[in-house]
Design a protein around this ligand. Structure first.
Ligand code: ADP
Ligand code: GLC
Length: 480
């Protein structure tokens, strides 16, 4: 079984969020099951720097796009990949989607049109390569035109369209359709047209052979007006081709017993190392080093989606409980400023670091007592799984993957032995605060807390079951 996995980010090359984690861990898990997976992604400067030994596989000159070279190489873990070398589109500073000031690149339609187009070339009769995939697996809007291109190609492989976040759709002016070499007939409601514009994601959802998303709850939610972001009707009409498959995590990278970013390793048989990490975290973030104070941690993009505004709103009340808070993240400029201001106003109790820092994110998972994830919506979410694995019960809004991965602490769930965190059910700062207070009360009950920690730490968050579910979908498409 051969699968082309097209993505706009993958660790350890380039990462803005969970898509990068999934784009490395899922292919690796599939590979372990005997699937011949190859990655396709753009040659951003970060990618070229991380992969010095690339070889030219072919040159491509495609209508509507600058000339490009396909370079072949391998990820550090051995996974074969192709990167698209097109300096005009990809060789620049800033991030994959935005410039240094957080503005979307003006030519994103072409940047990700080319990624989609080449995925389709490799999956069809047009391919200059000897390796032909049985399935093209597309991820989010950045690769979502591939199913459309495949639809208009000869001898095309079937495609899977994976939704990691339906809020990002890749909407561009109507004339982009022809500029990107797609036929005029595709620009219609039964195609890639979306309220008068071209929508990359709608193209993927319309033309793909199967649709997946990253949790069972989110698969239901995106069929509703509240969370479908305008695509609920299309998704509901395709519900028999729509599967929610929970993401896993990389249990080697996220292993408190062997994590090089920690001050001291620990595991479920001996949690004492967690205190050393808490003290180290408090020191590093300028907090009072107090092993008893309940310490909340948060690692997140600073956006409305993630509910950071609610955390900022209740921060002073958390401190009054008393409790401490550490925040790590980047994004919205106003939220970044507000987080830093809070850390100055409550110095010693609140610490904030604005930026992207892998090491610190691991230390927060280990050193915090309670993790915070009040997302307004969350397709899957990875941090709540990391935190359970690190003995750090999360406080989460009951949405999407957070519903599917956290069991609310109650007399019954403690009795059953699966309580693993704290959920709140309506999006408000007051509900978040109430859940945080419940968490602090439980934290002070040593026996309850230990149970919660051990329940989370003993859960299987690996990729095994989920990778098998993807493999089954590929197999079904190959038989059709
Ligand atoms: P999303 O993809 O919506 O941002 P996820 O929970 O799926 O949410 O994944 C986010 C990933 O990015 C996690 O691996 C998280 O640890 C990481 N992350 C987010 N912000 C930062 C940051 N500022 N520093 C380090 N890692 C971060
Ligand atoms: C998206 C979602 C997040 C999910 C990740 C990986 O970024 O926001 O919930 O975990 O993709 O699938």
């Amino acid at each position: 079984m051969r699968v082309l996995f097209a993505t706009s980010e993958a660790v350890p090359l380039i990462k803005t969020g969970g898509l990068a984690d999934v784009s490395a861990a899922l292919p690796a898990a599939l590979h372990g099951m005997g699937v011949d997976v190859r990655l396709l992604l753009p040659a951003y400067p970060q990618v070229l720097k991380a992969l010095p030994h690339l070889e030219t596989a072919t040159e491509l000159s495609l209508f509507g796009f600058p000339a490009a070279r396909l370079l072949a190489g391998r990820l550090p873990d051995g996974m074969p990949l192709w990167v698209i070398d097109c300096p005009e589109l990809y060789l620049r500073g800033g991030g994959p989607y935005q410039d240094e000031h957080g503005m979307n690149w003006m030519d994103n339609a072409h940047r990700f049109g080319l990624l989609s187009r080449i995925a389709a070339v490799l999956g069809s009769a047009e391919s200059p390569l000897g390796w032909k995939p049985d399935v093209v697996h597309c991820n989010d809007w950045q690769t979502a035109l591939a199913p459309a291109y495949l639809n208009f190609s000869d001898n095309a492989a079937p495609s899977v369209m994976a939704i990691h976040n339906i809020a990002f759709q890749g909407i561009f002016p109507p004339q982009t359709t022809l500029e990107l070499g797609l036929p005029a007939e595709s620009f219609q409601m039964e195609g890639l047209e979306f309220y008068g514009n071209l929508s990359f994601l709608k193209a993927g959802l319309h033309y793909s052979d199967h649709i997946t998303t990253v949790s069972p709850s989110y698969a239901e939610e995106i069929q509703t007006d509240a969370l479908g972001f305008g695509l609920q009707g299309l998704l509901a009409s395709r519900r028999k081709d729509l599967t929610g498959i929970l993401n896993g995590i990389d249990t080697d990278e996220w292993n408190p017993a062997a994590d090089p970013s920690l001050a001291q390793p620990y595991d479920a048989t001996d949690l004492r190392g967690k205190t050393a990490n808490k003290l180290e975290l408090q020191r590093r973030m300028g907090l009072q080093t107090d092993p008893e104070a309940p310490l909340f941690g948060l690692v997140s993009r600073f956006t409305h989606q993630k509910g950071l505004d609610m955390v900022l709103e209740i921060a002073a009340q958390l401190v009054a409980l008393p409790a401490q808070l550490v925040l790590l993240g980047a994004g919205d400029a106003g939220m970044q400023r507000a987080a830093l201001e809070l850390s100055h106003r409550h110095s010693g109790q609140i610490g904030a670091y604005v930026g992207f820092d892998e090491d610190l994110s691991h230390l927060i998972e280990a050193g915090a007592d309670i993790f915070m994830m009040p997302s307004r919506f969350e397709p899957c979410g990875l941090n709540q799984m990391f935190s359970q694995r690190y003995g750090t019960p999360p406080v989460v809004h009951a949405t999407g993957g957070l519903v599917d991965t956290v069991v609310d602490c109650s007399a019954e769930s403690l009795e059953r032995g699966d309580a693993s965190g704290f959920k709140f059910y309506d999006v408000s700062a007051a509900s978040l605060l109430a859940a945080a207070q419940r968490a602090v009360a439980a934290y002070h009950d040593k026996e309850v807390w230990k149970k919660l920690q051990l329940n989370g730490m003993s859960k299987d968050f690996g990729w095994g079951k989920s990778a098998a579910a993807y493999r089954d979908i590929y197999a079904r498409l190959m038989r059709q």
